[in-house]
Write a protein that binds this ligand. Structure first.
Ligand code: IMP
Ligand code: MG
Length: 177
């Protein structure tokens, strides 16, 4: 079988070691902020799986993990205001400390919908951690409590983030040309 040549993800924007250092310090900050408490970590599929896997393994707390799926109706590159949120209903969020973990905060439509959905379950607190923040693209007034890196207005891939299904597995974040 002919081996397909992998497409080019573009230059590295944030290296594997820069990510590792930053994720460790975010985990330390989260562990301090929630000291002595149990947290329910909502991992936003699929982009946040790599970040969340690295993050939760360094949080020194009692952690329960659940998954959230957010589908946005847009043209594929820009999310619209209509976001459908689905999550594991078996996880009881009432009175819980919920930490949403996502890959990138862009226009903010997705985060807004996720946070509104989770708040309807009356958790004690809801906070958000995002690996990347594209502040220049924000259309909705929403902010993350924990941000790994600010990034310029470029389409990024790797470390969980994809372009048409490719590049999620790459250990660094690349800026697609
Ligand atoms: P928002 O609703 O515009 O904030 O979009 C957030 C979601 O869009 C993220 O959780 C990603 O799944 C996706 N996204 C936004 N920008 C990028 C990017 O540069 N690369 C890969 N995915 C992105
Ligand atoms: Mg996403």
């Amino acid at each position: 079988m002919a081996q397909a040549r992998p497409a080019d993800p573009g230059p590295v924007l944030i290296s594997k070691s820069e990510i590792a250092t930053r994720v460790k310090s975010l985990a330390d900050e989260i562990s301090r902020d929630y000291r002595g408490q149990r947290i329910k970590v909502g991992v936003v599929l699929a982009g946040a799986i790599v970040f969340a896997a690295d993050l939760v393994r360094q949080i020194g707390l009692d952690v329960e993990i659940f998954f959230i799926q957010a589908s946005s109706y847009g043209d594929g590159t820009v999310s619209s205001g209509q976001v459908e949120v689905r999550r594991d209903e078996k996880v009881d969020l009432a009175g819980a400390h919920v930490l949403v973990v996502d890959d990138i905060l862009d226009t903010g439509h997705t985060a807004r919908a996720l946070l509104d959905n989770l708040r309807s379950e009356r958790p004690a607190t809801v906070r958000m951690a995002t690996l990347l923040n594209k502040q220049s693209r924000r259309r909705v007034d929403v902010r993350a409590d924990y941000v790994g890196f600010e990034v310029p207005n470029k389409f990024v891939v790797g470390y969980g983030m994809d372009h048409s299904g490719s590049f999620r597995h790459l250990p660094s974040v690349h800026a697609l040309d």
